[in-house]
Write a protein that binds this ligand. Sequence first.
Ligand SMILES: [Zn+2]
Length: 328
Amino acid sequence: MDENPSRLDPIVERFRRTLERGRLATTYLFIGPVGAGKLWFANLLAGRLLCQQADHQAVAACGVCQSCLLLAAGSHPDLLHVAKPADKSSLPIALLIGEKERRGREGLCHDLGLRPAISTRRVAVIEDADAMKEESANCLLKTLEEPPPRSVLLLIAENEARVLPTIRSRSQVVRFPDPASADEPAAANESPQVEEVLNAVRSGLGREPLDPVLLGRALEPLMRAGGSKADDTSSDADAPTTQSAAQASAKKKRASGRDLLRVAVDEVIRLQHAELMRLAARNEHRTPAGDAIYRRLERSMVAAEEVERNANPGTLLQAYLQDLAELA
Ligand SMILES: [Zn+2]
């Protein structure tokens, strides 16, 4: 993946604001399925952090300085990168703390503590953070507990549950949306219900300030229908034999409560992001209004994850609307 997928815009924007405010954390944990763009973004961010003349307004490197050229050549002395070899089931501990005879004198944990060679900091990208044996995790943990000055660690994992809790708790978790699910609302577009939901979201959220009461009222039918997963329970496998083509087509057009909720959440994210862009264009994104949108974006991304995790759509929507109201 070499282009910025627009579904990652909220993440890019979030980091742009973080960098602009000088609030970068030391350790991030990027969670998401294969193809979600975690490594792509880690490389983008690393390039930006190492760049010698980066634009402070953007999450992008200049592309022409010594750092950027070395990065492009794959030989940047301040970028450390480890990943599980294809033939191994876990991340080898030697990559973190060196081979047996040189333990603690080489490996990522050692190298991260060296003075930056050409950039102002050192960046470590650690793939497969969910495939670490406890011994490796404990070594990394020491580094996370006392990170060397001027170092940034970007951990990447698919399965959050397999990341050692002590590592997770010392990282700022960034969740990447599933690229497969991002396409689904478009596929469900045949449904008139989808149009209704989109209109409802726009009526409550299409303008600032956000009107969560209006939004909630408009989405009421979805809240009622959202608790049921009836449309998901009938198996598609036997559709050809037990359903006529017309029935099958009708079923396809009737999106489930979960599908509709995902459409609603995605639309909230899209509208909030567009509003943030408008504020940024007028240089008003640092205002309280901008902060509120930013917090609602974060809350929306949590909601999007909850939809993915099959949370009860009705309960989810209720809590989501309540939080949006409080953030308005
Ligand atoms: Zn540069």
